[in-house]
Design a protein. Structure first.
Length: 416
């Protein structure tokens, strides 16, 4: 059962939140962060992308960069741009995208729950990315950005969320770039805090939606601190890391699509012919865009035309939580079997287009001649993700794209 707790958040005064907050570190390049920060010395990018504090071309993995992130975090606190709350709180965080609002509870989760798979993952992590985030956590002595977790819907928490959502939020702003609304409430009431702690304690598991590397890094720092502390009780602040937990039925997962640079030596006609072994192939005529309408249907863009591909019976096992995924079907029967792409993580012939860029970006990259074909997939569901995590299996690469992304800088957790 998950162990969660409130914490003394470090956060900007309401008047400064829009100067401080920013997009998460892993959705933009160093150049983009430098441009977005501009001359704003209060931008959190100076902490989460501290390479922008150095001349262009400085590696984000330079040891000086990690030191700079810690120095900037100390500076933000000294200047009053970030202030630690006097008491431990939970926080309610709302995101509104295209008229739909999702509500997450900001809390501290225990690193042991990650290690013991009570907080369940569905993706593999890369050691180099773990190392990067671990150094950032270690040097700043804080979880600057939260992990994105999901839980199965809970009526008690839903009622509590509804109560706070009807009140005036601490923060309320429209973010640049994405144009989505972000709101934050402080949950300071002791009875409500006790209820949140108790309800999470009744759950079987929490599920990582986004932030696998941040989770792994937090667990490694926690283990490192524990090894250095002979009097460890498990209650020390370093044993916990910051997360935002959303009910699974509120989350939006967008399609995560593929573009391929060549047809593996085949003509378009030969490629379409080979597809017919495992798919019903239908030309969709002169349509601007064609989007898959259900699981096991794919949209192919080739030579300026859209085709629908429907997987034939017997091409997947409906009882296999991985094999039933469209990302697995397309990887096995199109990318691997026909196009010879064996490793989605390393093959340079394939790239991925997700999130809000839409089918128009697929068309653009093919029509420009940069890529030869595009493949659009039906999005996976949160239920599929949780079932895979429960089974102990791992999803194929580039399978999920959650929107909206969490904004960074609304709340920070210090490890002491």
């Amino acid at each position: 059962m998950p162990r969660v707790k409130p914490f003394r958040g470090v956060r900007p005064p309401a008047a400064l939140v829009e100067e401080v907050e920013c997009r998460p570190y892993d959705v933009l390049s160093s150049e983009e962060a430098r441009a977005e920060a501009g001359d704003n010395v209060k931008s959190l990018y100076h902490i989460i992308k501290p390479e922008i504090n150095f001349p262009e071309g400085t590696s984000e993995y330079d040891p000086r960069v990690y030191d700079s992130g810690a120095e900037q975090f100390a500076k933000f606190q000294a200047e009053g741009w970030l202030v630690q709350d006097d008491a431990e709180n939970y926080y309610l965080y709302a995101q509104t995208m295209n008229g739909k609002t999702q509500y997450g509870i900001v809390l501290c989760a225990h690193v042991d729950d990650y290690m013991n798979q009570v907080i369940k993952k569905h993706e593999l992590t890369r050691r180099d990315k773990e190392d990067d985030r671990m150094k950032h956590v270690r040097n700043t002595n804080a979880n600057i950005e939260p992990v994105f977790l999901a839980y199965r819907p809970n009526d008690v928490l839903a009622a509590l969320i509804e109560k706070y959502a009807a009140t005036q939020p601490e923060y309320d702003f429209i973010a640049p770039i994405d144009g989505f609304r972000h709101q934050l409430w402080v949950i300071a009431d002791a009875a409500d805090q006790a209820s949140i702690t108790a309800e999470f304690g009744k759950m079987d598991a929490l599920y990582i939606a986004d932030g696998h590397h941040r989770s792994a890094a937090a667990a490694r720092v926690g283990a490192e601190r524990a090894a250095q502390d002979p009097n460890r009780t498990g209650d020390e602040e370093y044993n916990f890391y910051m997360a935002v937990c959303f009910p699974a039925d509120q989350l939006t997962i967008l399609d995560y699509n593929r573009v391929v640079a060549d047809l593996n030596g085949m003509s378009p006609e030969e490629f379409l012919q080979k597809l017919q072994k495992n798919f019903e192939v239908k030309a969709e005529g002169p349509v601007a865009e064609y989007r898959p309408r259900q699981m096991h249907e794919f949209a192919l863009y080739l030579r300026g035309e859209w085709y629908s591909l429907t997987a034939k019976p017997g091409t997947f096992d409906p009882n296999d939580p991985i094999g039933v995924l469209d990302v697995d079907i397309s990887s096995r029967l199109i990318l691997d079997e026909i196009l010879g792409i064996k490793d989605l993580r390393s093959d340079k012939r394939i790239d991925f287009v997700g999130g809000l860029r839409g089918l128009g970006e697929l068309k653009r990259r093919v029509d420009s001649g940069e890529m030869q074909l595009a493949l659009a997939l039906y999005p996976v569901s949160m239920e599929q993700i949780m079932n895979i995590a429960d089974s102990g299996k791992i999803m194929p690469p580039k399978a999920t794209w959650f929107e909206p992304k969490l904004r960074s800088g609304l709340v920070i957790h210090k490890l002491d």
